[in-house]
Design a protein. Structure first.
Length: 138
């Protein structure tokens, strides 16, 4: 809830809002689409380093940004409104629920090069990365 964090990291959204926040022509990626990305980048064990920005991560846990994803360490917010891990971890929702109260997310951490796949309560708040519909590279 600080303007400096908003400027640096953007907004954090609960899952319901995240599923509806992308502009027209864009969508929240499914869990399978996130898996396609991490597989393309060499698998979950090494994709994170390629997805992390080259600066701003705790204890110089920066990435190479070889993918152009420019993942930032915006942290998250739990269902009680408590913010956590700003500066050290970044999390992004998928549109795929994993149960009535949970959904899949991807995470990056300062302490490694992996891109984790986990599920969390839909009331948590994480970042969003929208995927362009019908994108055809030139």
């Amino acid at each position: 809830n600080e303007i400096s964090n908003l400027t640096q990291y953007g907004y954090l959204y609960d899952w319901s809002t995240a599923c509806n926040v992308c502009p027209s022509g864009w969508k929240l990626p499914t869990d399978a689409e996130w898996t396609t990305l991490t597989n393309y980048l060499g698998g979950e064990e090494i994709a994170g380093k390629k997805m992390k920005s080259t600066s701003g991560w705790y204890q110089n846990g920066n990435g190479s940004n070889d993918s152009g994803f420019l993942g930032l360490s915006g942290g998250g917010r739990n269902q009680d409104g408590v913010f956590f891990y700003e500066g050290s971890n970044g999390y992004w929702w998928s549109s795929s629920g994993s149960g009535p109260d949970t959904a899949f997310r991807r995470g990056l951490s300062y302490s490694g090069g992996d891109a984790t796949r986990e599920f969390r309560n839909k009331q948590f708040a994480f970042s969003v990365r929208c995927l362009r519909l019908n994108y055809l590279p030139r």
